[in-house]
Design a protein around this ligand. Sequence first.
Ligand code: UDX
Length: 442
Amino acid sequence: MEEQQKSSHVVLVMVTFQGHINPALQLATILHSKGFSITIVHLELNSPNPSNHPEFTFVSIPDKLTKSQLSDKDIPGLVRSVNKNCAAPLQQCLEKILHSHHHIAAVIYDSFMFCAQPIINDLGLPGVTLFTHSALGLLFYHVFPQLNEKDYISELESPELQALQLQGFHALSSQNPTEAGMEVGAAFANALKSSSAIVVNSMEFLELEVLSKIKQYLPTPIFIVGPLHKLAPTMCNSLCTEDNKCISWLNKQAPKSVIYVSFGSIVNIDKQELIETVWGLSNSKQPFLWVVRPSMDRGSEWTESLLNGLEESVGERGFIVKWAPQKEVLAHAAVGGFWSHCGWNSTIESICEGVPMICRPFFGDQLLNASYICNVWKIGLELQNLERGNIVRTIKRLMVDMEGNYIRKRAMDLKEKAAFYLMEDGSTSCSFNGLPKHISSV
Ligand code: UDX
């Protein structure tokens, strides 16, 4: 434990999404190991289980949100509601914490909870933004939209950035027109201006060019602290119960034969997409493990019978769960591919295990991550059309064809790089040590 930080207290304000809760609690665990005491401020909806983390103090604030809002595709609208509903309770909560602690070293808040920054400013505390998506997401959603279009197009001279450009612009233009998207983007950019640092759950070698581009435009210090799930590996922060039976099933499968299919914690798929996926997996002849969250189809009754039909037709070749121990699954020797929605956590978890991917992004940063995976790192294939024949062909290309060998090799190379990066002398530890120092000094 580092002496200088023993008496320092950090407040971490997190949001309600699984993909944000995981990195927030992982970051808190690491800071705690470096000597900080921690209070976690969280919303009532999707509260984490405090008994999993007896080392932290948990405080919940009212959010006026409903479960059904979480399965809504309008993420910017939801983020806007979170900030509107939570600003006043958060202020009261932070004032109370400030009263009971002599010294708060910093308030770290999830970037989706940008209403925290003006409150923190008023209380005279340092604020640190936790950005749980890639640095590329920071560039496209929060740095470039503040610039004149000509400025940033002329900035994309390198082949890597050009490869990312198309998807990035597509993602921006598909998001920006909504009023909520504009409002949320502007509020976040404003918060960044007075934030004392930005913490990103990434690895420097993955995003070198993007990071150097961000640094040209943002004076705020950036700490690249990932991959957090490897640095705080023992915790389970799942909001759903993990079905461990799938591990026994995986134990019976041949090495690298299984395609793992999961679309994260908030994506919904419609009836036709579900039918095509069922037929695609059935016709592929490849063993598969598929996560179908109960909320994924918006509560439709026919899903159950469709899945029962699939299980009957594929027998032992397929396994369906409501929620999987994903990190364990990806590390399993039987898993040879990951068909993913390309959420950022899933992406870095897959990279760290050397699992090549099939990318079916749905919205937001998932489009950018898919572009990284397919065009820059070249460790995956994009599934452009969710149609059964196309699903079969794409699974075969990745899992069976020669083309898959090249992609697998690149995925393994990236895994090795990540392992090297994680070694004690790698840049992660330097960056991570910089963060506690920064927090203690601001
Ligand atoms: C959301 C957004 O959708 C995503 O675009 C953004 O990058 C992060 O926030 P989510 O959709 O939940 O995240 O996806 P992802 O970032 O991949 O996070 C999902 C997490 O849940 C991962 O840590 C994964 O390991 C875990 N998970 C998922 C399980 O533990 N079990 C499962 O069955 C599925």
